[in-house]
Design a protein around this ligand. Sequence first.
Ligand SMILES: [Zn+2]
Length: 202
Amino acid sequence: MMEIVKINDRISYIKATEKPLSADVGIVCGDEFVWIFDVGADELVPMELKRIEKPKNAVISHFHPDHTANLDKMDFSEIFLGANTFKYAKKGKTVEKDIFIDDGIKIHIFLLPSSHAKGSIGLEAGEYAFLGDAAYATMKQGKVCYNASVLKEEITVLKSLSAKYFLLSHDEKFIYPKDEVIKNLEEIYSKRDPKESYIFIG
Ligand SMILES: [Zn+2]
């Protein structure tokens, strides 16, 4: 059984699992479509989502298999993904600029510069923004780090969002105030060495 958490009348999510490694799956109920943010890798996810009868659109945060592996196991009216994710998924619609759709709830698909994965996108739904893993770091030479210029761009995009809460995949707490996430990223950015491209943390 997958654990489903209700955030409000329109938004819920299937919790991430570690075995198998499978990301949180966002479920946003619009008037016309149900918007699925990331499809996870756990084979129970498609079974759960198939119980929803409305047509579904998928928004895929980035190319990592724990977010994408179930893509071929379900039917979607439309799949939105970044250019880099498209290279792996080989299907869907590449998001090249922000997309705004009023589906009873305000849907905003946006490009999200990320050190974690090139070509990440996010989904804003009303007061909540699904970020996938985009706020996380990457590894360079076996060390955890952020790309300084990408992090700066990412902070700018995150600040421009109107959502009050950011939803962070794989995190047990999952729902964070926007300001807290931005403050943490700004703190990391403040530790950069202007001569270095990367900010090594931890
Ligand atoms: Zn990832």
